[in-house]
Design a protein around this ligand. Structure first.
Ligand code: PMP
Length: 351
């Protein structure tokens, strides 16, 4: 029968309310021009759907390796980095050893631990959203977890944790995963360490650079580590269309991705500045393609009122330490303007 452990879980929830402006899932705003769509159409129509895809996704891995400045041997691909979080959680030490991570953070670290029956060791962030180093190290020594996950920058707080603190934690010997899903917006990375140390792994994804629907996550590690994790991978985890489309996008249209990433970084500065001009609104620093903000009113109320105005953000106020907070992703300039106008209107109507 289904185990008690699984029965006690809740399914992963995401914000799906239909809205004119969707700024709730940290996706990249990008519209593909007609020539891109035509090219993708050609590629998809040439796929032999009756055949299994390349189990190693060799060609896709090569172009990803090139774009990320590593070798294909350092890479394991996942059906999104979600799947790689699961593979890592399955691969390190035995299941009687726990998983440690700061909270609030990306929920998959905890979900994968629960599915496997591993103990979750959660360490609350400081008020400035950086790691509480003393407490983290104390917990590592006390609980001896197998693996530590850091969302870098952290989802949902948006900041990058102190590099020095992460290095100190790694020196404790715990297997350390730097989940760099938002790397393209932060430019900060532990890639060098991942390529040189056996207890450090970096995760990246194509989801935040315009290809979320393809489900391609990237694990980067020393060759010896990548080889071991690859044994856990399901044989055809990257579908034929995903391999083909992602390859063409990275080979022929990478400039489009880069242009849109730059637009988001510019918009981040502008929107955060504009938002902080609204009375009573607090905006938190961000290295990602989203940021946190709070208003003097209950977040669930503001969230609902924003939906009425056609703007969907994420209410994260139920998470520890985030009372009153909402998370908003950066969209196209015109979408961001609609968000700013809607929030201004909502706040005026509530005061
Ligand atoms: N890590 C972090 C920190 C994320 O925020 C997300 C997506 N929200 C993921 C991983 C999962 O990304 P993917 O689409 O590659 O599964």
């Amino acid at each position: 029968m289904i185990s008690k452990r699984i029965k006690e879980l809740s399914p992963y929830k995401t914000e799906t309310t239909p809205c004119k402006v969707k700024l709730s899932s940290n996706e990249l705003p990008i519209r593909f021009p007609e020539d891109v769509k035509r090219r993708i159409g050609e590629v998809v129509s040439s796929i032999s759907f009756n055949r299994y895809p390349d189990p190693q996704a060799t060609e896709l891995k090569e172009i990803i390796a090139f774009r990320f400045g590593v070798s294909p041997e350092n890479i394991v691909l996942g059906n999104g980095s979600d799947e790689l979080i699961q593979y890592l959680s399955m691969s390190v030490e035995e299941f009687n050893r726990g998983v440690i991570y700061p909270i609030p953070t990306f929920p998959m670290y905890g979900i994968c631990a629960s599915v496997l029956g591993r103990k979750k060791v959660e360490v609350p962030l400081q008020e400035d959203f950086d790691i509480n180093l003393e407490e983290f190290i104390r917990k590592i020594r006390e609980e001896e977890p197998a693996i530590a996950f850091f969302s870098y920058p952290n989802n949902p707080t948006g900041n990058s944790f102190s590099e020095e603190k992460i290095r100190k934690i790694r020196e404790e010997g715990v297997f350390t995963v730097l989940d760099e899903a938002y790397y393209h917006f932060s430019g900060k990375t532990f890639l060098k360490e991942a390529l040189s140390k056996e207890n450090t792994v970096v995760l990246r994804t194509l989801s935040k650079i315009g290809l979320a629907g393809l489900r391609v996550g990237v694990l980067i590690a020393k060759e010896e580590i990548a080889r071991e994790i690859n044994k856990v991978r399901l044989p055809f985890n990257i579908t034929y269309p995903s391999q083909a489309i992602a390859k063409v996008m990275l080979e022929e249209f990478y400039f489009l991705i880069e242009e849109h990433v730059s637009m988001v970084v510019r918009e981040r500065e502008r929107v955060m500045k504009e938002l902080s001009k609204l009375e009573g609104v607090k905006v938190y620093p961000s290295d990602a393609n989203f940021f946190l903000f709070s208003t003097p009113y209950p977040a669930d109320l503001v969230h609902k009122e924003l939906i009425k105005e056609g703007v969907l953000v994420r209410d994260v106020s139920y998470l520890p330490g985030l009372k009153g907070c909402m998370r908003v992703s950066l969209g196209f300039p015109e979408e961001n303007d609609l968000f700013l106008e809607a929030l201004d209107k909502v706040l005026k109507s509530l005061c």
